[in-house]
Design a protein around this ligand. Sequence first.
Ligand SMILES: Cc1cc2nc3c(=O)[nH]c(=O)nc-3n(C[C@H](O)[C@H](O)[C@H](O)COP(=O)(O)OP(=O)(O)OC[C@H]3O[C@@H](n4cnc5c(N)ncnc54)[C@H](O)[C@@H]3O)c2cc1C
Ligand SMILES: *[C@@H]1O[C@H](CO)[C@@H](O)[C@H](O)[C@H]1NC(C)=O
Length: 497
Amino acid sequence: MPYIADTPSESSIASAHDINEERRRLHHDADVVVVGAGVLGSAISVALADQGRSVILLEKSLKEPDRIVGELLQPGGVEALGKLGLQDCLEDIDAIPVKGYGVFYHNQPVEIPYPNNAVDRTGTQQEPMRAEGRSFHHGRFISKLRAAALSHPNITVFETEVTDMITSQSEISTTIIGVQSLTKKIQKDYFFASLTIVADGYNSKFRKLYSSNTPVSKSKFWGLELQHEDCPLPMPNHGHVILSDNAPLLLYQIGSHETRALVDIPENTPTTSIAQGGVKAHLSSMVLPTLPASVRPAFESAIEKGQLRSMPNSFLPPATNRTPGLALLGDALNMRHPLTGGGMTVALNDVVLIKSLLDPQIVPDLDNTPLVLGQLRRFHWQRKNLTAVINILAQALYSLFAANDPQLRYLQKGCFRYFQLGGNCIDGPVGLLAGIIRQPLVLFYHFFAVAFLSIWVMMCEKGVLSALTGWSALQGFLIFYKACVVLFPYIWAELRS
Ligand SMILES: Cc1cc2nc3c(=O)[nH]c(=O)nc-3n(C[C@H](O)[C@H](O)[C@H](O)COP(=O)(O)OP(=O)(O)OC[C@H]3O[C@@H](n4cnc5c(N)ncnc54)[C@H](O)[C@@H]3O)c2cc1C
Ligand SMILES: *[C@@H]1O[C@H](CO)[C@@H](O)[C@H](O)[C@H]1NC(C)=O
């Protein structure tokens, strides 16, 4: 047997591993430091550690989170989780399969199933599978992701709150070389790495220092937890979108016994003023009557229990990272209205993409900051096929569904009529929303098809004769103009670097 000098023996692999572990634990030194063990931070730690990187993951609280966000994972997110080998994180958390959406427009229902998974990846002649999502308690899913990181031999997790970046200054640039943190509120700690990934969520402490974009929030989601047994949903295993004269409302089951209601309330809604009785009064007098009858009693008792919680619904376009040694990711980098439940699907697909772009075959050494920055620029553009679609769709649908002017109301009605046509008129839009179709052009095609259908709906309502008058032509033009005004700013936001 020839002696192969460059093949490490079992024991030398083990000792390299021990040395890395010791470097992380005692010297707080690794290839990658990740700030925040949410969806993105936990998943990317595992992804990079699987490639042999030494990873430190920092989280301010390892207690199971209790939040009203990130409770429905689209099929495109489930698929990404599988690619990362993390599909087990959806097991044993009492997750509910999601087969599509039910849209209720002034109580008129239309079912929008997820389409077939377009490609058969196994290559065998099986029946095409319907795509499926999952809904669950956010905290249980996060705890599973964190457990995967905690048990990984190449990751060390610390419970500590990151307070500052550590930088190294040169004449030409500032490089991030690590972070400073506070452990148990008293002890200062320092962690060093070639690459610092900041994934500290929607209210990111570090975004303002390293990104030129700031989030804009024009509404909040108010969350209620309903007793599932008391509110049979009209379409089980579907996300429900309730459209009325109010802003949109979502309903979906998050466990065997719990159903989540998320009620969008735009800023300065008059019926939420203190004089009118606040949000509670708005929910009882304005929102309750618009719900499917089967849901009303449970909704009413949840209002009475009064455990109302809210979260801002933000829009934040992504920006290219230009700081050596740093990558801002997840909600810290990019947010869209949660109406379409796209955030975690974006985060997990970003992890899949980053993992391939930073593969040790391409980037052997993360200290090579010019190479890493180049790969992060590629990341910014390559993620667009999926994320631009999800971002633009979320913002455009929200603008329509929270309609507050005549043209928008016609677009809203047109959109619902479009869904009622079925076939490709639902497969396309829901495939985009689900993170299955990664083609921005498909989005524009459907959006303008909706705009033209809305004009047709308006003309039919006004009578055939009026269609011949200048008034109708003007209205038609205004509707089309409004569609452009809704869509173009979001497209523009995606085209900037
Ligand atoms: C109302 C609402 C509903 C939503 N519903 C859905 C949905 O149904 N489906 C979906 O896909 N998306 C949904 N989203 C979006 C989704 O929640 C986010 O996109 C996703 O959670 C982003 O993951 P993240 O890892 O970037 O941030 P987070 O999951 O927020 O994780 C950030 C982590 O960083 C930690 N942290 C913060 N600061 C520090 C610090 N200084 N030091 C150490 N740790 C720190 C936090 O404790 C947290 O664990 C919703 C959003 C909102 C607002
Ligand atoms: C951990 O990293 C080593 C390289 O240091 C690598 O060989 C090993 O496969 C990684 N372990 C896992 C479980 O991915």
